[in-house]
Every structure is written in C-alpha cells, then in structure tokens.
Design a protein around this ligand. Sequence first.
Ligand code: ATP
Ligand code: MG
Length: 255
Amino acid sequence: MQAIARAPVLELQHIRFSYDGVAVLDDVSLAVERGYFLGIVGPNGGGKSTLLRIALGLLPPASGSVLLFGVPLARFREWYRIGYVPQKATSFDVRFPATVAEVVAMGRVPRAGMFRRLSRRDWGEVERALHIVGMAEHWHTQVGRLSGGQQQRVFIARALAGEPELLVLDEPTVGIDVEAEERFYALLRTLNQELDLTLVLVSHDVGVIAQEVSQLACLNRRLVFHGPPEDFLVRPELLTALYGRPVRGITHGHS
Ligand SMILES: Nc1ncnc2c1ncn2[C@@H]1O[C@H](COP(=O)(O)OP(=O)(O)OP(=O)(O)O)[C@@H](O)[C@H]1O
Ligand SMILES: [Mg+2]
C-alpha cells in the first residue's frame, strides 16, 4: 500500500485507553508532521509510554484511530520506516551471548528482510550507527558486560541502524551521563535538521527538552498543551495543569 506523501508521519485521533477500567488516555489527538522534533512531557503515569505503544501498534486503543504515514494502523506494513527505543529497554544479562555489533545488526533486519544474510552495506550501517553513539570501539564486546548507560547507547544505535524516517524514543537518556546526553541531543538535532528525520522524544525534563524540540506535547491523561515550546514557557498555569500543582522553576527528571 502506497503511503500518502503529504500525510503526517503519525496521526492520533481521539485516542482513549484504560488499564483495568482506569482511564489512562482520554481523547488524545495529535499529528506529527514530517520534520517535526516533538517532545512529549508529563508526570509519571501521565500515559506517555502508553501513547507511544498505541502509536506503534503494540497496544490497541479502546477507541480512536492511528495513522502512520497516512495509512491506518491495521493496514500499515512498512515498519522498517520506524525506529523505536523503548523506556528502560530490557537490560541484557551478563550471560547474554550476543556482541554489540550483533545486537545493532538486529536493527537492520526489518530493512534487509528475515530471509537474507546481511550485506556489506548493512554492516556499514551498523558501523555508522555505533560511531554515532560513540560505541564503535565496543564492536566485539558482549552486551551483557556493558554498563546500563552503554547498553542504552547500543539500543539507540540499533534503532538508527535501520535508517528510520521516524524515530521514537521513550526517555532515552535515563542512565546516560551528562556528556553523553549532550552529545546525544546534538546528534538528534543533526538527524532532524540535516537528515530530515522526524523525531518523537518522551522526557521528564521539560527544561532541557523545551530548548531542543520544535513542538511540545504535554500529557496528563489528556493533552494539556500542544504547540511550540515558546508558547508553553510563557504560560505558567500550564505547568500547574500538567503536574496538578504549581511547579517551582522547572521540574527535573527522575532517574
Ligand atoms: N501494563 C500495565 N497494566 C496496568 N496498568 C498499567 C500498565 N502499564 C502502565 N499502567 C498504568 O497506566 C498509567 C500510565 O502509565 P504510562 O507508563 O503510560 O505512564 P508514563 O507517562 O509513561 O509514566 P513514566 O513517566 O513514569 O514513564 C500509570 O498509572 C500506570 O500505572
Ligand atoms: Mg513512561
């Protein structure tokens, strides 16, 4: 099925969702246009990760619809166009037998197809992705022997290796040190501005991501705000609506 070129990369329409009868998302509508760098912020339990899972077809919404590249989710097949780094991507056990390169190479499978060997070009993309996250020297390292922050970088590399058009990141910098975090945001900026990669990034740190993103969405069961971050920052009452109480200065993320 041919996706419609002008359609938003992702469109959520009137999404509702409950876990065991408790409403987690209430009538959330959001469009992510090509080239957006969208940041999603909100309190713990605000429904951010749930919304991403619904957007990626990993959870069915109770009602509402999802379109990816203009195609309704039920008919969407081009998953190689999307990269996803889940929140706290499962830590690998020290006995996990794969090397860093092998784990990142898994990110090529949706592009290469299950039934053919990876080509020289596929391995080239693996190398490029590891360079980007600063882990190239760990090519042969067993992933289970890396620190949590290093493993997180490997997960990001795995998503990048697939050369996605849309990259969805759920709190990717938790557990990464400040230097790596700064490099990471610089990287996202380059990917977004120079390579036209559309980004959706969930973060707790309103203060940091308001500086980075082109669009901000604030989620606390409902969509409290969606627009340019400058518009959010001049309306302190929105922080109260978002976190349910006044927030002194800017909130800072947990980890
Ligand atoms: N598998 C599940 N079963 C039942 N309830 C769940 C499940 N996953 C999440 N919830 C609940 O749904 C609500 C929203 O969770 P979600 O993980 O989407 O929030 P979040 O905004 O990503 O939070 P955080 O900032 O802590 O990551 C929370 O109240 C959570 O307890
Ligand atoms: Mg979450």
